[in-house]
Ligand binder design. Structure first.
Ligand SMILES: Nc1ncnc2c1ncn2[C@@H]1O[C@H](COP(=O)(O)OP(=O)(O)OP(=O)(O)O)[C@@H](O)[C@H]1O
Ligand SMILES: [Mg+2]
Length: 272
């Protein structure tokens, strides 16, 4: 049997689409950042994220993945350099950038639809439009029929789906996800990954994802950036070419997938 091609045509189309798209969405331009004067976590970091791109940050604990997300979210400001969204400096949190963390902070006293609707808190959207968009996104994340349930009545995976729905309901231009599936079991996690890819196909925003799992990174991403704590920046920047649609089971076991996994594993080992 012949080996799976590492650059299948359909995926090349997606990659060349991204390649030819001039639209930089987020840009970190010579960014330095530290929590104390003693040590910089990020040093002279350059990173660009294109419209619609699925980019994953990998790297050892403490290398600055969450810090980068927080800078883009607008929770922190760089010591030096610029962090921009659509060419404008990021000055604070905005509904244009959604955030999903590992421990989803759902409100226990609100139902699923109320939690999802909370995503609109900063937006002037009519009641009718809100209701329509909440319904649509709940269906997209596979939670139809659970609208009136409270978080305690849901599994960990379902709660994480609510958190994703709440961030996506306002159609952010980028979704920032910090180890969002780390706390759920393997089967649920695979299901969530597949749903996220389908969502990403239907909702046009970019995703910046953080994980410790090489497999998860390869399965999901258009591009993977490996950070090195000692550099305070990027060690490797790798484009992933796998056949579309990306969410098929074959994309977890193909030769191409395994080659990426091995390559990334060795690169990670070399910098740890
Ligand atoms: N609020 C904070 N105050 C002081 N130091 C911090 C703070 N947050 C992070 N740091 C330090 O900054 C560095 C980078 O942290 P960051 O959380 O960005 O790493 P990470 O790559 O997300 O790690 P992990 O994979 O463990 O989540 C670490 O050395 C960490 O100890
Ligand atoms: Mg982190």
């Amino acid at each position: 049997m012949s080996k799976s091609p590492i650059h299948p045509v359909s995926s090349l189309d997606r990659q060349s689409e991204l390649e030819n798209s001039p639209a930089q969405l987020i840009s970190l331009d010579r960014v330095s950042f530290g929590y104390s004067h003693k040590r910089l976590v990020l040093q002279d970091l350059d990173l660009e994220i294109k419209q619609g791109e699925f980019l994953t940050l990998l790297g050892p604990s403490g290398c600055g993945k969450s810090t980068i997300l927080n800078l883009i979210a607008g929770f922190y400001k760089p010591l030096l350099g610029r962090v921009t969204h659509g060419g404008e400096d990021i000055k604070g949190p905005s509904a244009r950038r959604g955030v999903v963390f590992q421990s989803n902070a759902l409100f226990d006293w609100m139902t699923v639809e109320q939690n999802v609707g909370f995503g609109f808190r900063f937006q002037a959207v009519s009641k009718h439009e809100r209701k329509k968009r909440v319904e649509t996104i709940i269906a997209l994340v596979g939670l139809r029929g659970n609208e009136r349930k409270y978080p305690y009545q849901l599994s960990g995976g379902m709660r994480q789906r609510v958190a994703v729905a709440r961030s996506m309901v306002v159609q952010p231009e980028i979704l920032l996800m910090d180890e969002p599936f780390a706390a759920v079991d393997v089967q649920t996690r695979e299901g969530l990954q597949e749903e996220l890819l389908k969502l990403h196909e239907q909702v046009s925003g970019a995703i910046l994802f953080v994980t410790h799992s090489i497999e998860e990174a390869v399965f999901l991403s258009d591009r993977i950036v490996i950070l090195d704590r000692n550099l305070g920046g990027i060690a490797h920047d790798i484009k992933i070419h796998l056949p579309e649609p990306r969410y098929t089971a074959m994309n977890r076991v193909s030769d191409a997938f395994n080659q990426y996994r091995t390559d990334l594993y060795l690169k990670m080992k070399a910098i740890e």
